[in-house]
Design a protein around this ligand. Sequence first.
Ligand code: ZN
Length: 390
Amino acid sequence: MTIRKLQPQRIFNGQQLLEAGTVLLVDNTGTILDLVPANQAGDNIEILNGWITPGFINCHCHLELSYMLGVIPEKTGLISFVKQVMQNREIAEEKQQQAIQIADQQLWNQGVQAVGDICNQTATLSTKLSSPITYHSFIELTGWHPSVAESRYQTALKCEKAFATHSLRHSLSPHAPYSVSTKLWQKIRPHFSQQPVTLHTQESADEQLLFENGTGNWPLFYESLGIGHSEFEPTGKSSLQSVLPFMKEAATVLLVHDTFTQAADMQWAHSYHPGICWCICIRANQYIENALPPIAELRSIGARIVVGTDSLASNYSLSILQELYSIQQHFPQVPTPELLTWATYNGAEALQMNKSLGSLQPGKRPGILLLNNLSMEGQLLQSTEVQRLW
Ligand SMILES: [Zn+2]
């Protein structure tokens, strides 16, 4: 067995920066053997420039939309964005497959070890089967009118069967509070038990109005599509408080975007469900709503934060490093080790992959990355690069 002994400037183990001078021992499969001080590591130590970190976890992506790169204009708001995604759903299969494969390769080259990927169909299946990336496929359900609940449920079960046949990790997940009827929630709820489940949450201010009193632009959106909404009864509560109880039995709940989430909702959700994870997709938020996620508020309650890219329909790349750089540009008070915790350890926990990924612990094979060109103070720079060692 060949052992490599790596001594970078600093090692980030998934939760903290280790003391300078620590050496990482790795075997030729990328399995972590040990972390020891340099004076106990013997000879043949490789000195590296930069920080070592475990592979990144991208908690929110839609690989099947990769062909939409550059198609939808920026900053037109969520409702306009959703309309345009629906209009651009028809695509030649070959073109879609090609875009999925390229995106998968880019994710890997940019240091991503695992992805929480939203699926409305089985288009990503063949790429996932041959990818070195570990995927958790969230098979997504939408259906605002109760009359479509049964057919949408059956379609999702078929999709689920395809992923299960190939032993690919997966779970059923609702799309968003504004697009799932109570009847559909009731059908999918039994599938959530002990699973990671995800939900697009409070991505527009209109979502709150819909649940509070049935106003805002979502009813108009459904009318424009000829979809009735008269059976929906506003709850008088926030959208999050209205739907999170349906996911009570889930192991983890990845709340994605949260751009318009209020502090009271954060505190409530934090104490209501021990598996809550807040998934930040800052570049998509800017692309779609020209808004920023409530990172300061989430940090102030000690929330578990994870990071996603959303799809290439609302982003220019699927690079987690670019997401972290962008977060630090807008929130310079967040230190780099904390950002890296969101993108490694916390992400692995959210997707229930922490037994093998997310941290540099002996026995794990989490992927090993080298971050180059950080500032003297350890801040991310535009020129910071990620290089995959394993
Ligand atoms: Zn999304």
